[in-house]
Design a protein around this ligand. Sequence first.
Ligand code: SAM
Length: 199
Amino acid sequence: MPTFEPVFIPDDYFRELRKEEIFADPARPLEIDMGCGDGSFLIAMAEQHPDRDFLGVERLAGRVAKVAKKIAAAGLGNARVLRLESAYTVGWLLPTGRVSRLHLLCPDPWPKKKHHARRIMVIEEFQNGLLRVLQPQGEFLFKTDDAPYFEVGTEAWDALPGFERLEWPVEAFYYAQTDFERQWLRQGKSMNRARWRKR
Ligand SMILES: C[S@@+](CC[C@H](N)C(=O)[O-])C[C@H]1O[C@@H](n2cnc3c(N)ncnc32)[C@H](O)[C@@H]1O
């Protein structure tokens, strides 16, 4: 059974967290699932990797409650969920140099031109924050079905001097499908994936 509440509520939203405030053991790798939706990826990864800790970040209260219920039902002590906005969480809250991998899977594509600035891949607070929170050699993994967003997002990240692009063959390592990914694949859409390492 979990030794703590599945929903993580910080004591203070206005200072950087220490890793051990989220999960007891500061030495274990920390992975972040940004916009974790229904939590299916988060839970599958936590089950597959009992030696790592997984924090989901999601802004919708109903989804957070469902994810928390699933974590408790699965009896996982290495998964938690935080209700907060992604760019703020990465920009200001997560501990510096302590994140081993951050997953951004099927983020909202904001297809209308007037909304393009809302795409999280191009928000500077998110880009700079990710450089801060990742440990050396830490990784950022991004998947989307939306080809225009993929093109814009990868172009922006390939140009960031703090990151280098890595190959990501499908069978390289275990990687659970997300709820949205399964929906898109059922509809015959294809997924795009990209992976960067902090230099
Ligand atoms: C398209 S869904 C994808 C969910 C999940 N990653 C998946 O692939 O199944 C996007 C999720 O990100 C959440 N989200 C969107 N913008 C966010 C933000 N700025 N901060 C936190 N969560 C956000 C949405 O509420 C939604 O649950």
